[in-house]
Design a protein around this ligand. Structure first.
Ligand SMILES: Nc1ncnc2c1ncn2[C@@H]1O[C@H](COP(=O)(O)OP(=O)(O)OP(=O)(O)O)[C@@H](O)[C@H]1O
Ligand SMILES: [Mg+2]
Length: 498
């Protein structure tokens, strides 16, 4: 009998003849948390998709579960083998109750037309109790739960089906720190009950807190598997990027220009009020705060996506009321949103089309679009942002997170915004790509663009921003300049009650 509950041998994957995973050999010990690390595009999600049956097992590959060789043709095969996946995008049914969602995979046990509500509820309650989640009501509609709670339900669903292996692909990328901490507790708890977990995250401190072992992928190869206790964060970074990273936050020495944007007592319905700040040419202006501080909402108001009910905005010294995004764009304002998949990109279109999304709207003299010209423009952005793709015709949905973010930003480059609204610039992005995004921000600022950045990552906020406004629950708590901005100072303001 092998020491592994799940063993993968010679796993590989190619897309259209391009190999993205090669000869991966990996064993999971029962009851361990096994972290998968690697830069964007390293192949982590692809590996998960193979183990979860999303990509069929190739003939040359071997997956051995509990000593038996298995081959998956579809996700259900993996589910039937007790391998469950928690994706970033949750897959619950919003208009069913917590209990119904938890038992949905076991429906065939409840034969007949009668609803077995009591039974459902009992199963659900037992599982949630086992996970020490007493706050979630089994009768509640899933729609009414927070994202973090939905994630808990998703895990409960796996437990209810006696999952032996749970695969988690960046589960904390869209929840608050507090919820992430709670998730870590749940994971430890599951591990203690003998569940094996594969955990993907770009947050190294998280990995350090829960992983027993760590495997690192680089460009489709398995660099190695190590015990967490034997390595430092730096060792892991070196394994991931294959080089020493020098400055995470590139130094910028830019003299700020004139005031471009001045906001006074801005208010939007019941969302936020009394927000006042100034942003200069070439400045990176940060907005910090906890989840629910209404930071994104301020950006939305500036972009004409939210009704302004009080206060004033001056743009280059003139009164400005952003009526809608087209109007904001006419005033040279760009917006890179927090959720690139939902609002930043058109996932089903190519990189080329996405990169031209903004400038293709500019009319050519003849009123036509030249394919060759568009290709040329896209190629220029691809090179200058170092977007790593096989071809510009590649569909954006198939790109890794970091490369998607570069496309979301790249489509604005030709537009040369005066003001760039940048919401969570590096969410879900690896360490190497992060530095690249910071470099691009620095270059934009040097060229005179004013960047207004919302960020939940304190090191990023503090190192990148010239000035930082901190908000809490729709109220501005203060503005800190570079010399005042420490993590403590930001956090103190972020938690400051009225
Ligand atoms: N369906 C697909 N078609 C073509 N290429 C794909 C497809 N899915 C993934 N790829 C490519 O495979 C490579 C690995 O992607 P994968 O999503 O596994 O990376 P990742 O390590 O999960 O990155 P990230 O940290 O950004 O999520 C990337 O180059 C990606 O563009
Ligand atoms: Mg991924």
């Amino acid at each position: 009998m092998s020491e592994f509950i799940l063993e993968m041998k010679n796993i590989g994957k190619s897309f259209s003849g391009v190999s993205v995973l090669r000869n991966i050999n990996l064993g999971l010990v029962k009851g361990e948390v096994h972290a998968l690390l690697g830069e964007n595009g390293a192949g982590k999600s692809t590996l998960i998709k193979i183990i979860s049956g999303f990509h069929p097992t190739e003939k040359t590959a071997q997956i051995i579960l509990d000593g038996k060789r298995v081959a998956f043709k579809k996700p259900k095969d993996a589910l039937d083998a007790s391998i469950h996946t928690i994706y970033q995008e949750l897959t619950l049914c919003p208009d069913m109750t917590v209990a119904e969602n938890i038992v949905i995979d076991k429906q065939d046990r409840f034969k007949g037309v009668l609803q077995h509500k009591k039974q459902y509820n009992k199963i659900a309650r037992d599982v949630l109790n086992r996970m020490e989640q007493k706050d979630i009501r089994v009768n509640a509609m899933v729609r009414t739960l927070s994202i973090a709670q939905q994630q808990v339900v998703e895990i409960a669903k796996a437990i209810a089906s006696d999952a032996k292996v749970i695969l988690m692909d960046e589960p904390t990328s869209s929840i608050s720190q507090e919820d992430a901490d709670e998730l870590m507790n749940i994971i430890r708890h599951l591990r203690d009950q003998g569940v094996t977990i594969i955990y993907i995250s770009h947050r190294l401190h998280e990995i350090d807190g829960i992983a027993d072992r760590i495997s690192v992928l680089r460009d489709g190869d398995l660099v190695g598997t190590v015990n967490n206790k034997d390595v430092t964060e730096n060792d892991l970074i070196n394994m991931m990027v294959g080089r020493q990273l020098k400055d995470m936050f590139p130094k910028r020495d830019i003299k700020l220009g004139d005031v471009v944007l001045s906001v006074k007592d801005l208010e939007s319905e019941k969302t936020f009020k009394n927000v006042s700040f100034e942003v200069h040419k070439g400045e990176i202006f940060g907005i910090g705060g906890l989840v629910g501080a209404k930071r994104t909402e301020v950006l939305e108001a500036l972009y004409g996506l939210r009704k302004i009910t009080g206060g004033q905005i001056e743009l280059n010294g003139k009164k400005f009321v952003p009526r809608n995004p087209i109007n904001a764009m006419k005033h040279k304002i760009a917006f890179v949103t927090e959720d690139r998949k939902k609002s930043g990109l058109v996932l089903c279109l190519s990189v080329m089309e996405n990169l031209n999304m903004i400038n293709a709207q500019e009319k050519t003299p003849l009123g036509t679009l030249s394919w060759k010209k568009l290709m040329g423009k896209a190629k220029k952005q691809q090179d200058s942002l170092d977007i790593r793709i096989f071809t510009l015709k590649q569909i954006v949905d198939t790109l890794s997170g970091g490369n998607q973010q570069k496309v979301a930003l790249g489509k604005w480059m030709e537009f040369k915004p005066d003001i760039l609204l940048f919401d969570e610039p590096t969410r879900g992005i690896d360490i190497g790509a992060k530095t690249e995004i910071y470099n691009i921000m620095g270059e934009l600022a040097a060229a005179g663009t004013a960047i207004i950045m919302v960020s939940s990552e304190l090191p990023e906020l503090i190192s990148m921003a010239d000035n930082i406004m901190v908000m809490r629950e729709g109220v501005m708590k203060g503005v800190l300049n570079r010399s005042e901005a420490t993590q403590e100072a930001v956090m103190t303001l972020a938690a400051l009650k009225d």
